[in-house]
Design a binder for this molecule. Structure first.
Ligand code: ZN
Ligand code: ZN
Ligand code: ZN
Ligand code: ZN
Ligand code: ZN
Ligand code: ZN
Ligand code: ZN
Length: 1762
């Protein structure tokens, strides 16, 4: 059975997986040299080569007389020559040599022939096991069936699970912690379907109890026995060897004294301490030290120095000295290299044995026999015993190896499993003692094997009866809890870390006990009864030590000085809870055992009571003519304890007795006569009074420890064996008492006796007591007491108390949970108690009481209570906390109002009690009860004179209701022979007797019905009176005719209804008014930001559109034809833009000469569009960003939340934030979610992360375009492009001396520089330098890149290009484009001009600019934006009269043509496969002509394509993104509204785009206009050497259209990912499993996160694998899936990160972060899309910012080490 916690596993081959056959092993020449020269052969023999052949040694051994001597000599000689030849292990070489020289001969000997033939023969003859037994690797997925597994430790490996029937059942999935194995084939582990398909096959052939040895030849048996005995003993001896300079039975051949300084693992020292110490002690680098530490942690030991003794000893003393300041020094040992060598080989041998027995079950059995054979020293001298008992002294690696061998041998052989279990049980006490002293995790201790043995039902039962295991475990447990007080109870002192650590270890014994009890016996033998009861005795001893532990006394006057220790006791109780329940389950199975256990428990309880010395004096109480003797005891003055496990166990057993047949038929046969009811109830009652007093605030000075105890007492984890059982015990006791007596005792314990026994005492009490606290306290106590009575009478949903079954109980729990609110599956599970199989039983009943509502894109699926179940609602359900009770009350009343019913919440009808408890109902009609109820009603009637509370009244009304329900049910179920003894209605009709002469309860109720101060309770009183009448009629029904009765009813009803309707109307009005006021209040209170973010965003957006959306309704534009650019550009009327500053609330118009207004913005580097994630980032200082490569490997994205401020308001705000942060950092040294030093701040309105601001500008083009002359001076040539290049021959009208005047105000100019510099700084990751000529390039680039990302998002979502952008993006793009267009005015004019020239030269080559990228290596949209935006710098000096617009158009046409050529060159058109329509349209013909020309230019290197249709189709598809981006760009630049056709999705988008962009529909026409010039251009593009290389297939190029990037595809079933991750090993530490395998969702790389081994240095800091990966994969931003945690991780930079819900949901619509619940998980595509959208929208950083603001603990996490 697979233990699911614990060690990091060893990845040895699973049993059955054969090692590589020895004959296939070929030695390389180097090894052979080593063999023949360095390994000089053993004494005497000269034939140096042959003796080293395995076959020769093997046959020599076959003839040997003393095999052991021969083998030992061989080993003594060769082992030190192979192993440990230097400071560092060389495992590969060692393994190779060991196989050849050492293991090979053994295999020869074993087989008696070449093992290459021997082993396959063995395998064939073997009848393979029907057990799977696969040992789990760390992190491997395991499966357990919730329907069929005998207990939750029964698990399957993935392969078996997929081939089993459990696949279709309710299963649970976990990741293994390593260790443990697959239980497939174990018939005891599964109620059904024990075999998977694969292992099923094996069962049919094997007879169950056949001896596997019969399949082996006899001589083989002998040989196996010999060689196993020798090698196993050798390994055990050497591993358990303690001397330093000798070897067991071996000579020290090699006297050359080389030693190792061996460092051992412990759980005390941290990685950091070890690394630091090693660097000091052995002078190694940090890297080496990390390597050592990692190995020590994994294997348990590692040599850190090699040399002579002194040299090693010196290192040892440094290490010891350096680490002894902490609790204890690191363990270091100087060891002779020969010993280390033999130990290494010893381990190798054990692994070898494990794999050899995989060939044959017979061999396995022989090995088991050898292992368990008793040695010469008698008891405990077998090899297995020796290893077990030496376990805690072995290092981790060695333990793992031999545990693995045990699992593949002893645990796989059913016969020897039993024998081993006996050895284990006999050594149990010693093993546990060793484990307590040991400091390794449990998973690497042999003690952890208990799960493999004790959970097997037959073994557990055998161990109980034959080895008395139960008693042994409990006694061992008691051994380790030695601290007791004078009464012999456990005493827990304040815990140090070490004590807590030990206590945790002790608790593992409880787990063992749980394993033993987990499967219940189906039949009992006398032996089993006897031994179980013996164990039960031991268990009672244990509980006795807990009864009354941690007693407390009420603190008066001063507050307690120190919180007393309470957690240990509660931990113990909590851990034992399940065991206590299981003990009861066992008892329930056998009547004899039950009665015996009951007697034992009672005896122990009486012993406990004799120990309680309270100095109790007897007193007599009397009320209403009854009197009772009790003791004087006040909870508020004397000691009281919350721990009463013995009483509670007795209560549990009593309920079980009540369920037996005897209880129904012959209760007199039960041992009830010995019971003293007052004794039974005393302590539970005290405990409940304590709770009441704590609620009443009487114990405030006792501090939090008490509050915590009370909380856990009621908590779902403990209540079953605490609070619940106290109620049961009261029910038990009271059922055997006169209820009047009980009530008086209870009044006395609650310290309320005086109030109710003395007439008018209450009045005096409240008038005399001016202290309001005391009055309040008393009221609470009365309320609590009434509540307790409600519970004692009303809680009958446990089988045995009431006549119900287990499903009724669970249904009731669920109904009450869902009465509070609809709940998710996991919430419900948490609220319900789990049994030992971690089941709540909920699934079986949930459908009956609730409906499931599926989740949306966020949130989770919820269960909603079915309306018809609401009538079962009990307001005083005993498991409600106070908060839950009031929530449930509110919810239920609301529901009733909605259904237009009255709002009374009467008690539900209850099931009848079982006979033993039947008398409990009489409490309700007892005299004292009636007196209490009467008194309280009286107070309510005379409401001014008394200190009473409405809650009190409410409870009394509830009690009245319960009594009436009871009577009604009695009457309804009346049978002939029964007399109704329940006459509550009569009793409440009687007025009180002298001397009170109070009115009857009924009369008082009628009075209260009209009392104005009790509006809330009117419905309930009305319900009571109505029920009263019904009962009266029922009683009379025998005499009166039913017809008359109903008539009367109707009359009554109708007048009542009228009244009710009127009241309802009034209430409704009042309610509406109240709700309105509440709404207003909350509106005012609502903080602007902390409300629902999305909602908030929306309203702001609406607000924004209403203020800034002016241009939308500008009337000037006719819809006829809109053109975005060029001389034909549609004129747009200028309009004023007035905006409001969010900081000072002042409005201002956006003008060139006014103060600047800015938008909060966030700039980030982005790889979202990247087509090449492997690109190495160039040196930022030298990198020239002028041309963007079409792989878009790294861009600069700008985003904004769209909130506007004055530049100076922002500046002031930012300065204040900066100053505050600096002060805070000095003081607290804490991080924030934003990095002020990097210019980050949060938008003051929406707290969106920002790092700069964009200035708002009026449309810039209007300013620059001076040309109003309409003379047709259009040059025939492309506005003289080529001429401009040539500085010497200036074109006409060009005035280089002209310096344009900057039109902007100082404030705007400043902001232009600010944003420009920020873009430059972030985009290039350099220090800000506003003079750098690359600043304008980065601004244009960011504009282009941002437009491209938005175009992609729109395309991916299939949204039209215009009209669907959220306002904030629309505003952002407007500002960004206008900014980028204006930025040249603050840069150096010559620099921008030079950029323009270089850019243009890439398409129109000239001599001066060599070495420009070829057209295949330019992103044309980036080029277009840069050209258009830098053009004004040239144009401003051009006075020839050419308009800016004309220039734009020419530039656009030029770039478009280049892009067309780019597309055609890289087109991967496949002619075949596509249906082509042979339309021969104009476009197709033209594009074919162009393509032919291209072929010509490239010297026919292009693929031949004859289909114009394909080409045109391809071209259109390829150019669309570019056209769409261009349309966006010119729209934002020139402000021309988009034609309505491209604001909606539709056909002919292409044509409309072309028209908007002033392009011919037939794009190739562009080439025809100036064909001569253009042909030259095309030729020059094609003749570029890179283009040629591409055409020759020597390099690659991006082709178009580029596909959008998506996150990787995830599998539907989450366990695929777990499996994938479990096969992933750390890339750096050779095959070691990664602890936190983490998947990059962007590129699919699996990383070894959160681990030292994969830390790298980044910019001078150590970072984990994830952070390092983000720098290459996402330029600092990353999205990962932590596979073991099932959690999405967002990272940004080194300091920012957050966790995000994973896109995997279980069937209940819930995520399982941390994989705690283990329900099967499936991919939710919508949620994954949402994550993908966050990524595509560049919102990851923003999301992290919001998460960190909302949850400050996230700021403290060391994200960079993930
Ligand atoms: Zn399996
Ligand atoms: Zn299987
Ligand atoms: Zn199943
Ligand atoms: Zn302002
Ligand atoms: Zn904002
Ligand atoms: Zn690693
Ligand atoms: Zn990646």
């Amino acid at each position: 059975m697979g233990c699911t916690t614990g060690c990091r596993g060893i990845s040895a081959p699973a049993p059955g997986a054969p090692p590589p056959p020895s004959s296939s092993l070929t030695l390389g020449s180097a090894e052979f040299f080593f063999l023949s020269h360095i390994l000089t052969p053993l004494s005497g023999c000269n034939c140096s080569r042959s003796i080293l052949e395995p076959a020769d040694i093997g046959s020599k051994w076959l003839q040997a007389n003393d095999l052991q001597k021969e083998v030992y000599q061989h080993l003594a000689y060769y082992v030190p020559k192979i192993y440990c030849r230097g400071p560092n292990p060389a495992p590969q070489r060692e393994d190779l040599l060991a196989q050849h020289v050492l293991l090979g001969p053994m295999e020869w000997y074993l087989c008696g022939e070449d093992p290459a033939f021997g082993f396959p023969k063995l395998e064939q003859a073997n009848k393979p096991s029907h057990l799977c037994g696969r040992v789990f690797k760390v992190g491997e997925p395991t499966y357990s069936c919730r329907d069929c597994a005998v207990d939750p430790t029964c698990v399957l490996c993935m392969e078996c699970f997929l081939g089993s029937i459990h696949r279709e059942h309710r299963y649970r999935m976990t990741t293994s912690g390593g260790g443990g194995f697959c239980d497939c084939g174990d018939t005891e582990a599964w109620k059904e379907g024990p075999y998977c398909q694969k292992h099923e096959l094996n069962t049919s052939e094997t007879a169950e109890e056949e001896d596997p040895l019969v399949h082996l030849p006899e001589d083989m048996v002998v040989r196996a026995y010999n060689i196993f005995a020798i090698t196993f003993k050798y390994a055990v001896d050497i591993l358990t060897w303690e001397k330093e300079n000798e070897l067991p039975g071996l000579e020290m051949i090699e006297k050359s004294d080389t030693y190792y300084c061996m460092l051992f693992n412990d759980e005390v020292h941290t990685y950091e301490q070890v690394i630091y110490t090693l660097q000091k002690a052995v002078n190694c680098t940090q890297k080496e030290a990390i390597g050592f530490a990692t190995t020590v942690d994994r294997d348990g030991r590692r040599s850190v120095r090699y040399g002579d003794f002194q040299y090693c000893d010196q290192a040892k003393s440094v290490i010891v000295r350096n680490t002894s300041r902490q609790t204890k020094p690191l363990k270091v040992q100087v060891m002779h290299s020969s010993i280390v060598a033999h130990q290494s080989f010893g381990l190798k041998l054990l692994t070898w044995l494990g794999s050899v027995i995989g060939y044959s079950d017979g061999l396995r059995r022989i090995l088991c026999q050898v292992g368990l054979q008793e040695g010469p020293d008698g008891e405990n001298s077998s090899l297995v015993d020796k290893l077990m008992l030496y376990d805690s002294k072995l290092w981790k690696g060695a333990r793992n190896v031999y545990h693995q061998l045990f699992m593949s041998s002893l645990l796989m052989d059913l016969k020897y499993k039993k024998l081993f279990a006996i050895r284990f049980a006999r050594n149990y006490r010693q093993l546990q003692r060793d484990y307590m002293e040991d400091d390794h995790e449990r998973a690497v201790s042999v003690a952890a094997l208990s799960v493999q043995l004790f959970t097997v039902p037959t073994l557990a039962r055998m161990l109980i009866t034959e080895e008395n295991l139960m008693t042994t475990i409990i006694k061992t447990f008691m051994d380790h809890l030695r601290h007791r007080d004078i009464q012999g109870r456990f005493q827990f002192e304040r815990y140090t870390a070490l004590q807590a650590f030990k206590f945790r270890r002790v608790q593992s014994l409880i787990v063992d006990l749980k394993y033993v009890l987990i499967s219940k016996p189906t039949e009992w033998s006398d032996d089993l009864r006897h031994k179980f009861l013996e164990g039960f005795d031991a268990f009672l001893e244990l509980l006795k030590c807990m009864q009354g532990m941690d007693p407390i006394t009420r603190q008066v006057g001063q507050h307690i000085e120190m919180e007393p220790e309470w957690e240990a006791a509660f931990t113990l109780q909590m851990k034992l809870t399940l065991v206590i329940s299981m003990m009861q389950d066992w008892c329930a199975l056998d009547e004899k055992v039950l009665i015996e256990a009951y007697k034992k428990c009672l005896t122990v309880l009486m012993q406990c009571h004799s120990g309680f010395t309270d100095g109790e004096q007897p007193i007599v109480l009397s009320m209403c003519g009854h009197s009772v003797e009790t003791i004087r005891y006040c909870v508020s003055q004397e000691k009281v304890s919350i721990h009463l496990p013995v009483s509670r166990l007795l209560a549990g057993l009593h309920v079980l007795l009540s369920k037996t047949e005897v209880a129904y038929k012959f209760p007199e046969l039960l041992p009830l006569s010995e019971l003293s009811p007052p004794m039974l109830i005393e302590h539970p009652l005290r405990c409940l009074v304590l709770c009441a007093q704590v609620h009443a605030g009487m114990w405030r000075r006792n501090g939090f420890s008490l509050v915590n105890q009370i909380y856990y007492y009621h908590n779902v984890k403990c209540r079953r064996e605490m609070f619940d059982k106290d109620i049961v015990m009261l029910q038990t006791g009271v059922s055997m008492m006169d209820p009047n007596h009980f009530l008086m005792i209870m009044l006395s314990r609650f310290e309320l006796y005086q109030i109710f026994s003395t007439p008018d005492y209450g009045k005096r009490f409240s008038t005399e007591n001016t202290n309001k606290d005391v009055v309040q306290q008393n009221n609470t106590l009365i309320e609590e007491m009434l509540y307790l009575i409600i519970m004692i009478v009303g809680e009958r949903f446990s089988p045995g108390i009431g006549q119900v079954n287990a499903t009724d109980e669970i249904k009731r729990e669920i109904i009450h949970q869902l009465s509070i609110r609809p709940m998710a599956h996991s919430e419900l599970v948490k609220a319900l108690p789990e049994d030992e199989n971690r089941e709540t039983g909920m699934e079986s009943v949930i459908e009956e009481v609730a409906c499931f509502k599926k989740p949306g894109l966020t949130g989770r699926g919820l269960y909603e209570l079915k309306p018809e179940c609401a009538r079962n609602f009990n307001l005083y359900f005993y498991h409600f906390s106070r908060a839950e009770q009031s929530k449930a009350e509110e919810a239920q009343r609301k529901l009733k109002r909605q259904n237009r019913e009255d709002t009374a919440l009467p008690p539900p009808a209850l099931p009848p009690f079982c006979p033993l408890f039947a008398s409990l109902v009489n409490i309700l009609q007892s005299d004292v009860m009636l007196c209490i109820m009467g008194t309280i009603l009286q107070w309510a009637v005379e409401h001014n004179g008394y200190a009473w509370s409405e809650s009190m009244l409410q409870r009394v009304l509830h009690l009245l209701g319960m009594a009436l329900q009871e009577e009604k049910q009695h009457l309804e179920n009346l049978s002939e022979e029964n007399v109704v003894t329940f006459t509550f209605t009569q009793k409440i009709s009687r007025p009180g007797e002298a001397p009170n002469n109070s009115p009857s309860i009924l009369a008082m109720l009628e009075t209260l019905q009209n009392a104005p101060h009790l509006e809330v309770h009117k419905d309930m009183i009305r319900w009571i009176l109505k029920t009263f009448n019904t009962i009266k009629k029922l009683r009379e029904s025998s005499s009166t005719s039913p017809v008359a009765e109903t008539e009367g009813n109707i009359m009554e009803e109708s007048s009542r209804d009228k009244d009710k309707a009127e009241r309802k109307r009034k209430a409704e009005i009042a309610r509406l008014r109240r709700e309105k006021i509440m709404a207003q209040m909350s509106e005012m209170q609502r903080h602007f930001i902390n409300e629902n973010k999305e909602l908030f965003q929306q309203t702001l957006e609406e607000l924004d559109t209403s203020t800034s959306g002016v241009h939308e309704n500008s009337p000037v534009i006719s819809d006829a034809k809109l053109t975005a650019l060029g001389p034909e550009q549609t004129r747009v009327a200028e309009h004023r833009q007035v905006v409001m500053c969010i900081l000072c609330q002042e409005e201002q118009e956006v003008k060139v000469d006014s103060r600047a207004m800015v938008l909060a913005a966030f700039i980030q580097r982005s790889t979202v569009l990247s087509k090449n994630r492997n690109k190495t980032t160039p040196d930022p200082e030298k990198y020239d960003p002028l041309f963007m490569h079409p792989d878009l490997s790294c861009g600069t994205h700008t985003g904004s939340c769209g909130h506007i401020m004055h530049a100076h308001c922002w500046q002031r705000y930012f300065d204040a934030v900066q100053a505050k942060e600096q002060r805070r950092q000095q003081r607290l040294r804490v991080h924030t979610s934003y990095d002020v030093e990097n210019g980050e701040f949060l938008c003051p309105l929406c707290e969106c992360l920002s790092n700069t601001v964009i200035p708002l500008l009026p449309p810039p083009r209007v300013l620059f375009n001076r040309s109003v002359c309409f003379l047709n001076v259009l040059n025939k040539c492309n506005s003289g492009n080529s001429e401009k290049m040539d500085q010497l021959q200036l074109p006409e009208g060009f005035r280089p001396d002209f310096k344009p005047k900057n039109p902007y105000s100082e404030s705007i100019k400043e902001m232009l520089t600010t944003f420009g510099t920020a873009t430059y700084k972030v985009g290039l990751k350099v220090h800000p330098n506003e003079e750098d000529p690359r600043v304008p390039i980065m601004c244009w680039g960011s504009c282009a890149y941002t437009i491209q990302t938005i175009e992609r998002i729109l395309a991916d979502e299939d949204k039209p290009l215009f009209g669907h952008l959220p306002c904030r993006q629309d505003d952002c793009l407007t500002s960004l484009t206008r900014f980028a267009a204006a930025h040249w005015t603050v840069s150096s004019l010559p620099a921008v001009q030079a950029h323009f020239c270089t850019l243009l030269a890439s398409l129109v080559p000239n001599e001066k600019n060599g070495n420009l990228p070829c057209i295949l290596d330019i992103d044309m949209f980036h080029l277009l934006v840069s050209l258009v935006l830098s053009f004004p710098a040239i144009h401003c000096q051009d006075f020839s009269g050419v308009s800016l617009g004309t220039g734009d158009l020419h530039l656009f046409h030029l770039v478009t043509m280049a892009h067309i050529i780019q597309i055609l060159l890289t087109s991967s058109t496949e002619e075949n496969g596509m249906d082509q329509e042979n339309t021969n349209s104009e476009e197709e013909v033209a594009v074919l002509t162009l393509y032919k020309f291209l072929c010509q230019c490239t010297g026919s290197a292009l693929k031949e394509i004859s289909s114009g249709w394909h080409l045109w189709r391809n071209l259109k598809a390829g150019i669309m993104p570019f056209l769409r981006c261009s349309a966006l760009f010119f729209h934002y630049l020139n402000g021309v509204p988009a034609p309505s056709e491209i604001q909606v999705n539709g056909t002919n988008q292409f044509e409309h785009l072309c028209s908007y962009l002033s392009l011919p529909n037939n794009l190739t026409c562009l080439f025809q206009e100036n064909s001569e010039i253009l042909n030259t251009l095309i030729e020059s593009w094609c003749s570029n050497s890179e283009v040629k290389r591409y055409l020759e297939g020597k390099r690659r190029a991006i082709s178009y259209a580029r596909e959008s990037n998506k996150l990787i595809d995830l599998p539907d079933d989450y366990s695929c990912l777990i499996n994938q991750a479990s096969n992933f090993s750390c890339p750096k530490s050779g095959g070691d499993k990664s602890r936190a395998p983490t998947l990059c969702l962007v590129c699919g790389t699996m990383l070894c996160s959160q681990s030292y081994c994969c830390q790298t240095e980044l910019e001078g800091e150590d970072v984990g694998a994830c952070t390092a990966h983000t720098y290459t994969c996402g330029s600092g931003v990353g999205i990962f899936l932590r596979v073991r945690e099932c959690q999405v991780l967002f990272l940004a930079g080194k300091t920012k990160g957050c966790f995000y819900p994973p896109p995997y949901l279980d069937d209940y619509g819930e995520t399982d972060q941390g994989l705690r619940r283990g329900n099967p998980l499936h991919l939710c595509k919508e949620r994954f899309k949402k994550i993908q959208k966050l990524w595509q929208q560049h919102s990851i950083t923003e999301e992290i910012g919001h998460a960190q603001e909302a949850n400050q603990t996230l700021v403290g996490i060391d994200w960079q080490h993930l």
